[in-house]
Ligand binder design. Structure first.
Ligand SMILES: Cc1ncc(COP(=O)(O)O)c(C=O)c1O
Length: 344
C-alpha cells in the first residue's frame, strides 16, 4: 500500500537530479579543505545568507551545538525558548558536551519569547551567576505551529543582544519556509543574527546535511568545534553536490508545501471532532487535537496508518502533520477523505 508520510519533512528523498549530481561529483578530502564541491556549497550559502562564511555540517543538531559552543564559553548561559528544538530534542548536547547552562523562557504560541522576559533574564555581573553569552531563537518554530518569526521581532532581540554584548544564534532548520511565508529573502531574515543553522535535509530534500553561517572568525572556530565533535567528513562532496541543488532549486517547492498545509488545515477544521485553528499555520507544520477521541493516541495513529496515512503524536492528544515534496495534491485530498471517514 502507498503510504502518505506526514511525519516530517525529514522523510523527503533526494531528487533524480540530486542522485545524478551525487554520482558525478568530483571529490576531495574536506577535512584537508580540498573538496571543491563542499567549498562551492559553503561559498554559495554564504552569499545567499549574507554572511561572510559558511560551514557544511552533518546535521541541524550539530550545527546548533557548534554555534552555541562557539558563542558560549563553558559555564556561561544561553537564553532559549522552553519549546525550542535545542532545549527539547537535542539530547541536552549544549550542557552535556558544551558545559553550557541554559535559561529556558516560555515560548509564545507564535514561537517568540516576550522581550521583557529576555531583558530580565540577562544576568548581572555577579559571582553567583553564570554569564549570559547568547540568545538562541528558532525560525520557523517547529513546536510553535511552524510559525515564521518576523523581522521586527528579530531586530528587537538583536538590539537587546547588542546592548548587552551578547550573540544571537538562530536555529533556522526551516528558515527558507519562513522566508517563503514572509515573502522575504534569506538575507533579510539573517540580518539580525550573528549565526544561523539551516537544514538541507528537510523541505529542501537533500539526503543529509546542514549549513552554519556567520563571520569568518565564527566559522574558523566552528570548523575546529566540528572537528572536536567528530563532524569533519572526508569525501563529502557526495552530499554537498545534493546540497547545491537544495539551495538553488528546492526552495521553489516550499510554496506548494505551504499551500498543501493550508488545504489540510482548512479541511480538518471542517471536521467537528477535530480541534484546530487553521489561521495559526503559515508554513508546512500543523498540530491538531481530537475531541472525545474514542481511540487512544496510539490506536488512532495505528488505525490511520492502516488507511495509508502516517503521522506522529508529539504529546498526549497533540498530533502533527508536516507537508513536503513527497506529498501531492491527490495525497492531500485522500488524507482529508480518510480523516472525514474515520472521525465523522
Ligand atoms: C527546528 C529544528 N531544529 C533542529 C533540528 C535538528 O535537525 P537534525 O535532525 O538534522 O539534527 C530539527 C529536526 O527536526 C528541527 O525541527
Amino acid at each position: 500500500m502507498n503510504i502518505i508520510d506526514l511525519r516530517s519533512d525529514t522523510v523527503t528523498l533526494p531528487t533524480k537530479e540530486m542522485m545524478d549530481a551525487i554520482q558525478n561529483a568530483k571529490l576531495g578530502d574536506d577535512v584537508l579543505e580540498d573538496d571543491f564541491v563542499v567549498k562551492k556549497l559553503e561559498d554559495e550559502t554564504a552569499k545567499l545568507s549574507g554572511k561572510d562564511a559558511a560551514l557544511f555540517v552533518p546535521s541541524g543538531t550539530m550545527g546548533n551545538l557548534i554555534s552555541i559552543m562557539v558563542h558560549c564559553p563553558r559555564g556561561s548561559e544561553v537564553i532559549l525558548g522552553d519549546k525550542s528544538h535545542t532545549f527539547k530534542y537535542e539530547a541536552g548536547g549544549i550542557s552535556a558536551l558544551g558545559g553550557i547552562h541554559s535559561a529556558q523562557l516560555s515560548n509564545n504560541s507564535d514561537g517568540t519569547i516576550d522581550i521583557d522576559k529576555i531583558k530580565t533574564s540577562i544576568r548581572e555581573d555577579n559571582v553567583h551567576f553564570p554569564k549570559t553569552a547568547c540568545i538562541s531563537l528558532e525560525n520557523s518554530h517547529n513546536l510553535c505551529n511552524g510559525s515564521p518569526i518576523n523581522i521586527e521581532y528579530l531586530s528587537q532581540v538583536y538590539n537587546i543582544a547588542q546592548e548587552n554584548n551578547l550573540k544571537v544564534h538562530t536555529d533556522g532548520a526551516r528558515i527558507f519556509n519562513s522566508a517563503v511565508a514572509l515573502n522575504l529573502e534569506l538575507k533579510e531574515l539573517t540580518t539580525y543574527t550573528d549565526s544561523i543553522t539551516f537544514c538541507l535535509s528537510k523541505g529542501l530534500s537533500a539526503p543529509i546535511g546542514s549549513m552554519v553561517c556567520g563571520t569568518k572568525e565564527f566559522i574558523y572556530h566552528a570548523r575546529r568545534t566540528r572537528k572536536i565533535l567528530g563532524g569533519g567528513m572526508r569525501q563529502v562532496g557526495i552530499l554537498a553536490s545534493a546540497g547545491l541543488i537544495s539551495i538553488s532549486k528546492m526552495t521553489n517547492q516550499l510554496k506548494t508545501d505551504h499551500l498543501h498545509l493550508s488545504q489540510l488545515a482548512n479541511g480538518l477544521s471542517q471536521i467537528k471532532k477535530i480541534e484546530i485553528n487553521p489561521t495559526n499555520y503559515k508554513t508546512n507544520i500543523l498540530y491538531f487535537s481530537i475531541k472525545n477521541n474514542p481511540f487512544s493516541d496510539e490506536e488512532f495513529i495505528q488505525h490511520m496508518e492502516k488507511q495509508g496515512i502516517r503521522f506522529f503524536a508529539l504529546s498526549k492528544n497533540k498530533f502533527r502533520l508536516v507537508t513536503h515534496s513527497g506529498i501531492s495534491d491527490k495525497d492531500i485530498h485522500f488524507t482529508l477523505n480518510v480523516f472525514n471517514n474515520i472521525l465523522n
